[in-house]
Design a protein around this ligand. Structure first.
Ligand SMILES: NC(=O)c1ccc[n+]([C@@H]2O[C@H](COP(=O)([O-])OP(=O)(O)OC[C@H]3O[C@@H](n4cnc5c(N)ncnc54)[C@H](O)[C@@H]3O)[C@@H](O)[C@H]2O)c1
Length: 338
């Protein structure tokens, strides 16, 4: 830690999201971006320069991970690399903020959480939706009991046909996890976190569009989850719409809430919760740094994301098997927040 109590950070992975994190870190007073890492040195350099002239860049992740001058690492790599690089960073004594999805298997997630805890290190996941004002407000509405007990939630993420990302690792579900682990990890997390619930049973169906590359996995997902709070959660995702949609309903025993963009409507009254550029990423890093500096768990601590990863793994099995899957079939660890 720098003498002025700033977290000294390295980021590994300088693609699209690496640049957003680097820009953000420049604006978080409790962090100092020291070095950027990418196999593509030009990308590492560009990203370092975005963040400031004093930031170093390198291709050598190993040297950065063993550098005692680095306190924390942002793992911003293709999804299949989250687990191995996070585990190595933890073994080298670094706190880690890993992008979503935490990993592509529940056994990798368990190994990451256990490694962090054995070493008393913070492991957080980039569930950036948790740091948006509209969703934080909505979660408080539910926690305050303003709509009673949540009974049913629905979240839709409908993308326009042809809008899918074209990163090389998107074209193999072994490296990406497909739509389920890609944007599905944001959406499932928002649903469960909003109502503070754990998954119990999951039924999921995946479909393919004729216009999409099948190597990417299903492009149309319908996932239904029953929760330990007695309610249900439905996630609908598509890549085939001519008109996009991205919204969230929660129906409670005494009222309802609807969130779309920056607007949150609670029992018919609309609240505007504007989001400044990169504010969600700034909140994410500010919270992560505070968790490390104050030795407490962050709001996106890996254990609080466990239910999301259980639901995704159960959904994957349900899509493959065509049957309802109990969370207990895939989860032999139960690493929920304790
Ligand atoms: N929070 C969000 O809203 C959000 C948005 C986009 C992406 N993401 C996540 O961020 C991660 C990265 O996504 P992206 O869009 O930036 O991908 P990208 O393909 O644009 O960038 C990945 C970078 O990693 C580098 N890389 C690959 N293997 C490496 C290695 N072994 N060592 C060092 N560098 C290596 C590549 O050269 C590339 O520059 C993914 O996990 C994705 O899910 C999150």
């Amino acid at each position: 830690m720098a003498g002025d109590q700033r977290l000294r950070v390295a980021i590994i992975g300088c693609g699209g999201i690496g640049k957003a994190h680097a820009t953000t870190l420049r604006d978080v007073p409790t962090t100092e971006l020291v070095v950027t890492v990418d196999l593509d040195e030009e990308r590492a350099k560009e990203t370092a320069l975005v963040a400031g002239s004093e930031v170093r860049w390198t291709k050598d992740a190993g040297a950065v991970l063993s550098d005692p001058d680095i306190d924390a690492v942002g793992v911003l790599l293709p999804n299949h690399l989250h687990a191995p690089v996070t585990l190595e960073a933890l073994r080298q004594g670094k706190h880690v903020l890993v992008e979503k999805p935490m990993a592509l298997t529940l056994s990798d997630c368990a190994a990451m959480i256990m490694e962090a805890e054995q070493r008393s290190l913070q492991l957080s996941v980039g569930q950036v939706l948790r740091f948006r004002d509209s969703l934080m407000f909505g979660r408080q509405v539910v926690a305050d009991g303003q709509i009673g007990q949540p009974v049913a939630s629905v979240r839709r993420r409908y993308a326009r046909r042809g809008s899918a990302t074209q990163r090389p690792w998107d074209f193999d579900t072994k490296t990406s996890g497909g739509l389920l682990y890609g944007n599905g990890s944001h959406e499932m997390d928002a649903l469960l976190w909003m109502v503070g619930a754990r998954p119990v049973e999951v039924y999921a169906h995946g479909g393919f569009l004729a216009t999409e590359d099948e190597r990417r996995g299903p492009t149309e997902l319908s996932i239904m989850v029953s929760t330990d709070r007695g309610g249900s959660i439905t996630l609908l995702m598509s890549r085939g719409m001519s008109q996009g949609a991205w919204d969230h309903w929660v129906v409670g025993t005494e009222g309802d809430m609807y969130i779309a963009g920056n607007k949150v409507s609670v029992c018919g009254t609309t609240h505007d919760k504007p989001l400044a550029s990169n504010e969600d990423f700034r909140n994410e890093w500010t919270d992560f740094a505070a968790a490390v500096l104050e030795n407490r768990r962050s709001a996106a601590d890996a254990r609080t994301v466990w239910g999301t990863m259980v639901a995704l793994e159960a959904a994957k099995l349900s899509i493959e098997s065509g049957r309802l899957v109990k969370a207990s079939e895939v989860d032999s660890w139960e690493l929920y927040e304790n």
